[in-house]
Unconditional design. Structure first.
Length: 203
């Protein structure tokens, strides 16, 4: 009986040892599985993190490209606007200059026409006064003829003595040319008369 009990105790101890080994083995397997699960989760987390980094890098590149494209478009638009503004300013400046030139030309034309009208009117009035003075002078000398200073300066007029051309200026034109009357001129010494005639181109 004692032997049976001993044998039974021995078997129980063996079974307990076997059960302990099984439990240890199961614990190791469970630990290995847990470690593998954790490694898998960590790998998945690293992969996710890497994917997120790649996505962020892609988004950053896209944002940079978009910012660059936007900056280029804004620069292009600004350059076009500045070029247009400059072209408009130059066109306006040219138009203003052309308008000023046209206005100046019209003013010069108008003034030239007025000057020409005045010149003609003055010439006609001068001719009329010369004729009136000549008619009056003919009362004393029927052969007297009056001419303009320009005509007398050219010379070669029939009936006009070259050395006495000043006598054929009307009193008005004589006064303008010599700045004195004929009577005052006639009283001058011969050399002063010569200098005066040289001055007006009648010597």
């Amino acid at each position: 009986k004692a032997a049976e009990e001993e044998e039974a105790a021995k078997m129980a101890a063996e079974e307990e040892e076997a059960a302990k080994k099984v439990a240890e083995k199961e614990a190791k397997i469970k630990a290995a599985e847990e470690e593998a699960r954790q490694e898998e989760e960590e790998a998945a987390a690293r992969a996710l993190e890497l994917e997120e980094q790649k996505q962020k890098a892609l988004e950053a590149r896209q944002a940079k490209q978009e910012a660059k494209k936007k900056a280029e478009e804004e620069a292009k638009q600004k350059a076009e606007e500045e070029a247009k503004q400059k072209a408009d300013e130059e066109a306006q400046k040219k138009a203003d200059e052309e308008a000023k030139l046209i206005a100046k030309q019209e003013e010069e034309k108008r003034k030239a026409e007025e000057d020409e009208k005045k010149r003609i009117a003055d010439a006609e009035a001068r001719l009329q006064r010369r004729q009136e003075a000549e008619a009056k002078a003919k009362e004393k000398d029927p052969n007297i003829r009056f001419y303009s200073l320009e005509e007398l300066q050219k010379g070669g007029i029939d009936g006009v003595h070259h050395a006495k051309r000043e006598q054929h200026l009307s009193p008005e034109e004589f006064q303008e040319a010599f700045e004195m009357t004929f009577e005052e001129f006639d009283k001058l010494r011969w050399w002063r008369k010569r200098e005066a005639k040289k001055k007006v181109g009648l010597f």
